[in-house]
Design a protein around this ligand. Structure first.
Ligand code: FES
Length: 137
């Protein structure tokens, strides 16, 4: 049996949010963790589960109501912005030719650290950069 040791930074820990086998890789899944809406989705490009805060950086639409598009990116249901697994906005359909608004940090989705252990998807609700310091194998 795999043993996982965890450490606390602040009062945050990793939370198991779903059995992986219960998630659908073809569509985003909404989940509420500690009162915060998040969206879980399968990043086929990196072959890993992703967790984002469930708010589009454009107009705060719930990304969980979007879709995973043909490129394997999470697409917002309102205006179609596409997000890679790192939260980077890769496409703004309405943008005028030559525009580069997608490179702005304000166009990025807020990501959460995820890991799969023993068939469970865990999400760390704190700052992504703190996540590696809170789990040891
Ligand atoms: S609200 Fe998401 S693209 Fe506009």
């Amino acid at each position: 049996m795999e043993v996982i040791r965890i450490a606390l930074i602040g009062n945050l820990v990793w939370y198991p949010v779903s059995y992986v086998e219960d998630l659908d890789k073809s569509q985003p899944t909404r989940f509420t963790l500690l009162g915060q809406d998040i969206v879980l989705w399968w990043d086929k490009n990196e072959q890993m589960w992703r967790g984002f805060v469930d708010k589009c950086p454009h107009r705060l639409a719930p990304l969980s109501e979007g879709r995973i598009n043909e490129s394997g990116q999470l697409e917002c249901p309102y205006h179609g912005w596409d997000f890679s697994g790192t939260g980077q906005c890769d496409r703004i359909p309405q943008q005028v030719e030559g525009g580069k608004a997608e490179v702005s940090g304000r166009a990025c989705a807020t990501t959460l650290a995820t890991t799969v252990r023993q068939g469970l998807l865990f999400v760390y609700p704190g700052r992504v950069e703190n996540a590696p310091h809170t789990i040891y194998e």
